[in-house]
Design a protein around this ligand. Structure first.
Ligand SMILES: Nc1ncnc2c1ncn2[C@@H]1O[C@H](COP(=O)(O)OP(=O)(O)OP(=O)(O)O)[C@@H](O)[C@H]1O
Ligand SMILES: [Mg+2]
Length: 459
């Protein structure tokens, strides 16, 4: 996001709006306010809003009405619901309609900030779901790429999308796993039902169980109300377990039971709950290898791996690069108010040579930067970052072909070490960029720049 994202706060109590606005003061966003649903719609008409935080009970047009209108206009706009004690049922209804998350009043400041940051982060990703069909785009799935490896992906999607079959999506980081998960849901019979995503890597180990299965009031300190988990929220729809390879072993047993028996208990709860969900899981890990190493349960692996879709890394489908570039240029032109026409042939040749460790996300980030900074109407070789311009020298082929070329080898090794350290720092801090930057002893800003260059995302 180039401009600062705007958060719209909708609440009929001016005091509540003031408190929320004050909370967001130090966040990298701007705040807009509205006193009820009708006013909120007006604000949405006149502004580009990135996240909505709305109370449920309001005069004129209440939160649920507003949510329905917002979902109809832009299903990707994250909508966070504020609810009072004892109205959790309405909050659940809101989640099923398409709310991003909900929070019960009175809330902890950190809890609210965590949800809002999550919502703000999702904006970039969600905005990626392309609206009109672009050239080179699979019309049915809104996924760019006509290459042979992608045709194989579409062929599997054709077979399984409409079925309730469990699907495991694998592929390196940034290859489009989440995009495919959404496409599966959107093309299933459950398209109008909830689509709930859980990023297993972003949840601290001790909270995974309550995030999956929910908890009862008093189950642990801080559990001031009961809250349904993601399985319950996804009932009747799709549950997308992202980064499934990160689930700790002890949770895998419980997950297996929930999948096999369709039942579970909330944390601290006695009642057994039954749900019916279509499961999609994704990982950039080699789960078969994790099984061999003993970090992933074999039975769970087979449960998830009913049908698997492997997304090819970008370097295995370089023929899709021009279409992807055209698509991203169009998007960023519009978003950044620029009129870039395309890449010069030498620049395109360099893009095709690059190794793309961060795959499509890395390409997307690169195009955004080029669109923003390029002087002329066409992006030239000189506009590309050094890592891509010099790609031929540090690509694995060159590394293998030239084992004693000092510069090539050192550069490749340095990139590997850098990537590895950043990856580790993010893991131990549960993807908290500020803390990871501290561990790495670099500024938050430079970590973010490096993460973008390497195609790593923030959560
Ligand atoms: N084929 C594609 N067409 C258009 N956009 C794509 C395609 N593949 C990926 N993208 C875009 O690239 C970005 C990364 O994709 P996505 O988040 O689905 O990757 P991922 O495989 O889930 O990555 P990670 O393992 O890091 O979570 C998104 O912005 C997505 O919209
Ligand atoms: Mg993903």
């Amino acid at each position: 996001m180039a401009e600062r994202p705007q958060v719209l706060i909708v609440d009929d109590e001016p005091n509540m709006r003031r408190v929320l606005a004050a909370l967001l003061e130090r966040e990298p966003c701007d705040v807009l306010q509205a006193g009820d649903g009708l006013e909120a719609l007006q604000v949405l008409d006149d502004n580009v809003v990135h996240v909505v935080v709305a109370d449920l009970r309001m005069p004129n047009m209440d939160g649920i009405e507003l949510l329905k209108k917002v979902v109809a206009r832009d299903p990707n706009l994250p909508f966070v619901v504020l609810t009072a004690h004892g109205t959790v049922d309405t909050a659940v209804e809101a989640m099923k309609i398409g709310a991003f998350d909900f929070i019960t009043k009175p809330f902890e400041k950190d809890e609210l900030l965590a949800i809002l940051r999550k919502a703000l982060r999702s904006v970039r990703l969600d905005a990626a779901a392309p609206a009109p069909a672009a050239p080179g785009e699979s019309r049915r799935y809104r996924i760019i790429g006509e290459s042979e490896p992608m045709q194989q992906v579409y062929a599997i999607l054709d077979k399984v999308a409409a079925t309730p079959t469990t699907v495991l999506i694998t592929g390196e980081s940034g290859t489009g796993k989440e995009l495919v998960a959404r496409a599966l849901h959107a093309n299933s019979r459950l398209a109008a039902r909830p689509y709930i995503r859980v990023n297993c890597a972003a949840i601290p180990r001790e909270l995974i169980e309550s995030e999956f299965f929910g908890y009862e009031k008093g189950a642990f300190t801080g559990a001031v109300t009961s809250k349904p988990g993601r399985f319950e929220l996804a009932d009747g729809g799709t549950l997308f377990l992202d980064e499934i390879g990160e689930i700790p072993l002890e949770m895998q047993v419980k997950l297996l039971r929930a999948i096999q028996e369709h039942e579970f208990e909330r944390v601290g709860g006695l009642r057994t709950l039954r749900v019916n969900v279509r499961l999609i899981a994704a990982t950039n890990k080699d789960l078969a290898r994790c099984v061999a190493e003993g970090t992933f349960r074999e039975d769970l692996f087979y449960r998830l791996n009913v049908v698997s879709i492997r997304l090819p890394p970008l370097r295995e489908r370089v023929e899709d690069i021009p279409a992807l570039c055209a698509h991203f240029i169009e998007r960023f032109n519009e978003r950044l108010g620029r009129r870039i026409e395309g890449f010069e042939p030498e620049a395109m040749a360099a893009l095709r040579r690059h190794h793309w460790p961060g795959n499509v996300r890395e390409l997307e980030n690169l195009v955004e930067r080029c669109v923003l900074f390029s002087d002329g109407p066409r992006i030239g070789l000189a506009d590309l970052p050094e890592t891509v311009r010099g790609a031929a020298s540090a690509s694995p082929d060159a590394v293998a072909a030239d084992p004693l070329a000092l510069k090539t080898q050192v550069k490749a090794a340095a990139e590997r070490v850098e990537r590895d350290l950043i990856d580790r720092a993010l893991r131990v801090t549960d993807h908290n960029v500020t803390r990871a930057a501290k561990l790495l002893r670099i500024s938050r800003k430079s970590l973010q720049v490096k993460m973008r260059d390497l195609g790593l995302r923030e959560n």
